[in-house]
Design a protein. Sequence first.
Length: 160
Amino acid sequence: MNASSPENLPSFDFTWIRWLLDSYAFWLRCELIDRTGTIEEQSKRLYFSPFVVASHANADDPVLNYGNQRALRLWEGTWEEFTATPSRLTAEPLNQIERAQMLNQAATQGCITNYQGRRISRTGRRFLVKEATVWNVLDEHGTTQGQAATFSRWQYLDEE
């Protein structure tokens, strides 16, 4: 898939995207993107946003289920590769405990802001996420279905 080509957009789960956007607005009291138009139009707008958005659904070992174009580029993978990746593998083993603690904090509070943490791409490129927001994705009944994150700042780290 050529992620930059609009005619080759991934097959989005529109229900998940609605939950993701509605939940962001619920927790942060503002919209992540312009919510005008259909959910299909909003999904396209989210996919091509200039900031990273990624998410996973609830599971014992959650797998990423959404990444916009910026996330796919940062983690250096295709939609198919990204959405087959266990969420924990976005961090190296040394950083997975800290990542899990952050996700637990977000789960308890509903959302956290100004998170900073080390991550690693599919090809092994390390980077520091800065000023991230992580929130619980709620369904229409208020039940937590997963978690999502967004950020627009990161710094690549020197190869170690």
